[in-house]
Design a protein around this ligand. Sequence first.
Ligand code: ZN
Length: 141
Amino acid sequence: MNLTLARIPEWIALRDAARKVREKAWAPYSKYHVGAAVLTDSGEIFTGCNVENASYGLTICAERVAVCSAVAHGYRDFRAICISLTGVPVPCGACRQFLMEFSPQLPVILDNLDSAGANDPEVVLLSELLPRAFRLDHGSL
Ligand code: ZN
């Protein structure tokens, strides 16, 4: 098992939550159904699925839905995020920047449902996906 994954004992619950919410995706245009689940520092899990729109530009990704839900419930510190889909589950550029706002060293669990390794998913750090990220100092809130 990946060493980073071994440090996230809740990863299976996180993966299962991402897979379950993926079933709720609204993706009539791309047929690209994505589920995401974010784990807070205190162990809560918030989920999101992608929601497409006929005006394409209004489409929102699963990762951002999950993070927005967590923030709306008062959580801003995250220990991991899992992204589930059939294909290569790396977050898009917008989501990388969005996730960077809260947890630059966030482990990103890539749950590729097509992969034989779906039960031992690849984990990458957000800082690897978005090196030299744009950041502003928001002080201590
Ligand atoms: Zn995205």
